[in-house]
Each structure stands twice: as structure tokens, then as C-alpha cells.
Design a protein around this ligand. Structure first.
Ligand SMILES: [Zn+2]
Length: 199
């Protein structure tokens, strides 16, 4: 066996159901489902959709709890520029951008790789950017119980860029602050530290 294998497993029953529906959609829009380039498309699209919504089966709080360590460090911890890909719940089109997250430990720190992981857990669901921001914020706040937590997300929405208003360069910024970040000086320090990434 090779030293590392990245296994992808799909529930066959669900994949088949979703595949049938994609097949109908392709047919309804006037395409030929039997055309060579499209033969395997319903299955690929079904697997892509199941991958992009896998967050429903994952528990972000458990992921954080699995990597919490006692530590006296009590300065701001910032993970900035976390790549983020999600699907808007209104059009099921992608929105994507960056998340910047900070917390001030209160006796516990968390393994740094877990912060991007919980971003994925919440992003891989049907979302609105506002709720995504809130979900991440509350999860860290409730699980790690830090002295403060801050989340800023800047994202571009394909539903705005490709259709509707066609505003191709607009970026939506959302933010949430708890605890010490509700104080203006702490918040400003955080915003200054991440500002090289802000447009
Ligand atoms: Zn949308």
C-alpha cells in the first residue's frame, strides 16, 4: 500500500439520486445528455455537489475540541488570508474570498490548522456570507471560550458577477466581534494587522 492515499467516498444511493436530477436539468435546458462530452457530467456534477456540501456531515466544534491545548499565551492569535469557497443559498452559485480570524486565548489555544478546517466545515454548506461569518465566530467563541474572537470575510459572489447586476469587481465584507474585540482599540489593532489583505 502506498504511504498516503487521499480517499474520497460517496454514498452511492445519494450520488445516484442527485445524478438523475442533474441529468433531467441538462435535458430541460435543451442539451443532449447522450452527447459524448456530457455522458459522465451528471455523475461528476453530483459528486462535486456532494463534496461542496460535505459540511452538513461535519461537526466544527468537535474539530476544535480535538486540538485544544492548555497554554498561558494571552496575546492575539491571527490566522489571515484563509481561502474560502462556498455556495450561496439563493442561487447555489459559488462565492469565494478570504477569511481573517483572530482570537485572544483564555487558558487554551487551538491547533492552528483547525481554524481553516472549521472555515471549510461551515463554507461547505449552502450559505449566506453573513451567516457564515456568524457560524465561525460563535463556534470559536462557544468552544474555545477565548477572551475575544474576531472574524472578517471578504468575498466575491458569482451570482452578482455572472448574472443580475453584473458587478464584476465588487467585494462584500462582513465581520463579527466578540469579547475584547468589541473594544475599539483591540478591534483596530486586529484590522490594522490584517489590512494588507483588505482591498
Ligand atoms: Zn446568490
Amino acid at each position: 500500500m502506498s504511504p498516503y492515499q487521499n480517499l474520497e467516498e460517496y454514498n452511492l444511493e445519494i450520488t445516484d439520486e442527485v445524478k438523475e436530477r442533474y441529468s433531467s436539468i441538462i435535458d430541460e435546458i435543451g442539451e443532449d445528455v447522450e452527447r459524448e462530452g456530457l455522458v459522465k457530467t451528471p455523475e461528476r456534477a453530483a459528486k462535486a455537489m456532494l463534496f461542496l456540501t460535505q459540511g452538513y456531515q461535519q461537526d466544527a466544534a468537535e474539530i476544535l475540541k480535538g486540538a485544544m491545548f492548555k497554554e498561558d499565551y494571552d496575546d492575539m492569535v491571527i490566522v489571515k488570508g484563509i481561502e474560502l469557497y462556498s455556495l450561496c443559498e439563493h442561487h447555489m452559485l459559488p462565492f469565494f474570498g478570504k477569511a481573517h480570524i483572530a482570537y485572544i486565548p483564555n487558558g487554551h489555544i487551538v491547533g492552528l490548522s483547525k481554524i481553516p478546517r472549521i472555515v471549510d466545515v461551515f463554507a461547505r454548506r449552502l450559505q449566506v456570507q453573513e451567516r457564515l461569518t456568524h457560524d465561525i465566530l460563535e463556534c470559536i467563541n462557544d468552544t474555545l471560550k477565548p477572551k475575544g474572537v474576531a472574524v472578517v470575510i471578504e468575498a466575491s459572489h458569482m451570482c452578482m458577477m455572472m448574472r443580475g447586476v453584473q458587478k464584476q469587481n465588487s467585494v462584500t465584507t462582513t465581520s463579527g466581534f466578540r469579547g475584547q474585540f468589541e473594544k475599539i482599540e483591540t478591534r483596530n489593532e486586529f484590522l490594522k494587522l490584517i489590512s494588507s489583505d483588505l482591498a
